[in-house]
Structure formats: C-alpha cells, structure tokens
Design a protein around this ligand. Sequence first.
Ligand SMILES: [Zn+2]
Length: 368
Amino acid sequence: MLSKERLIKRFEEMVRISSPSLKEGDFSNYLKKEFERLGLSYREDDAGKKIGGNSGNLIAYFQGKGESIFLCAHMDTVTPCENIIPKIEGEYIKSSGNTILGADNKSAIASILEALEAIVEDKVENRDIELIFTVAEEIGLLGAKNLDFSLIKSKEGYVLDSDGELGSVIVKAPYHSRFYLNIYGKASHAGAEPEKGLSAILLASEFILNLPWGKIDEDTTGNVGIIKGGRATNIVPDEVYLEGEFRSLDLKKLNLCFEKLEEGLKKIEIKDGKWNLRKEDLYKGYSIEKDDPIIKRVRPIFEKLNHNLIFRTTKGGSDANIFNERGLKALNLGIAVENPHSIEERIKIDNLFELSKIVYYLLKGEEL
Ligand SMILES: [Zn+2]
C-alpha cells in the first residue's frame, strides 16, 4: 500500500542529496541502490561522458504485462542546491530558505519509487514499465538529447515535469531557437574624426528596433537577452555582440521571425557594417490530439482521483520535446510544484501523495 510517511521520508532523503546539472553522480548512485533493492534491472547510458557530467541517464526496467510505457523525470536540479534542509510547514514541504527545495523534479522521482514499492509489496500485476531518469535537463535538456534510445523499447510514455496542477497535461509545446550575433562597424576617435568610424552600437540599435519583439502573437515570442560591446566613450565602437531567442508553437511563425532577422542583417550590410550569425535550434515543438490514447490512458486515473483533466499549452521546453522529436510520444504531466527554480519552491504534501497515486495506477495499468 502507498504510504504517505514513507513517501515524505523518501522525498526528504532525495532532496538532501545535492544534484546540480552535470553533478548528478551521488543521486544517481542512490537511485541505483533503490533499483537493486526493489529488484529492477537498470542501465546507465554514456550521456554523462558526452556532456562532461559525472552520471549518465538511468534507464530501469520494471517488467510486467502488456505494451511497455515509459515514465521520465530528471535527476538534476537548479542551484542553490547544496545542503538542502527540507522542512514541513503546515501542509507544505519547503526548504529552510537559503536553497531551492528540489521538488522539481524529485517529487516525481520519489512518487515513482513509492508507487513501485507499493506495487511490489501489494504483489499486484503491473504494466511493463521503463523508467528514464535523465541528467542535465535544467541546462538545455542535455541528458535527453544524448539519451541512448536503443535502451528503450517503449513507444510512448509520460514525463512528470510540468508546472501546473495535478490533472493538467501539456498538449502543445513550442519550437525554440536561439541566435548569437556579432555586428561589426569601424573604430575611430569619437572626438577627432567620428565621421571615419561606423558605430556598431548604432547598427545594433537599429537592428534590434526592427526585430520582432516580446509577445509577437498568441503563439510566438522574441527577446534579445544579452548585449555586449564598446570599449571607451572616446572610441566609435566597432563591435557589438547579441544573444536572443524566438519561440513559437508554429514553426512557420518561428521561421518568419528569422526572416525578419535576416532583413535586419541586410540593412547592416547596406550601411557597410558586417555581421556573423550563429543559429541554434534548441528543441522542436509538438502537439498532441486531445483524444490521443496517451491521454485516454490517464483520463480515468484523474477521474478516479478527482483531478480535472486540463489541457495546457506551454512556452517552455522539457524532456517531452526531445522524446516527441525522436518519435516517442510523450505527455508531460503537471506535478503541482509551486515556485520552482526559486528558494520559495514548495510542494503540498497532499499533492505529493496524490502524484504517487497517479503513478501507482499508471503502473498497475488495469481496470480501476
Ligand atoms: Zn523540471
């Protein structure tokens, strides 16, 4: 049977083990011991070596009946995450105030292990399950991007890593691309002969003003987040560096933003400026039909547990983007972590326990 006390203890144990991105090793070792204790076979892939971390992704196998599905959560957390001291205050678990809590994403991992333990104890039949615990999610989904997909046979599964209440599911997620741009002008003495120079700051200003910006439309956003340049007030600046991004639920709209960006580059050329652009596609967007089997599977579970099924669109990326991109259908579930990525991060104990129930029924995989 699921145990709230054991779940809380397990969660607190997990968040005490520091696991910033690329340093998930200690937490990964903890999970390996748990898999062994629960009788699960597992593999660690070579993602850690590829990205310079001290652990790869962990894939554990909980054999059972029927078609296999996967459950995914990430092992790393944002910082500050050294010496996390979880404390219970009223109906919440929070950190002691100087660190994050780590409920993103350890509430999901704790719930999964609690549900597994209960299934093993209860000796009930279970669905064939693969657990995928990724590394380096918080620094650009690097674990998922470098996951050894040959270790996974499931065609679809659930990522337990969305903000939002229990019962919410992400049916639409964006495409997200970044750009890195150097703009070059010509230096000259700003007092003696400014007319001989070409200000890269002026070129960059015009470029930015003509760029799609902020909330471009319902689906699309743009931002320049970093700007560097100039050497002294008496020098006409010859170089400016910019970093920016576009996101859109619609690939055509994203491409349109980059077309506008290129128009801006042409204007720089017309004014005798030069530039160097690098574009990086971080992840692809996806959308899931509302009557897809991946939703039909969780719908009765939410109903049984009195969580309203809520279809949500997100403007952020998650490991689910990478799975969907690689042809494995993935639904990201809301896990009700509050104020993630801040020292005010907290989770309601009841929600943590409810999440373990959702996972329990997913593992059980039979008529409710
Ligand atoms: Zn997360």
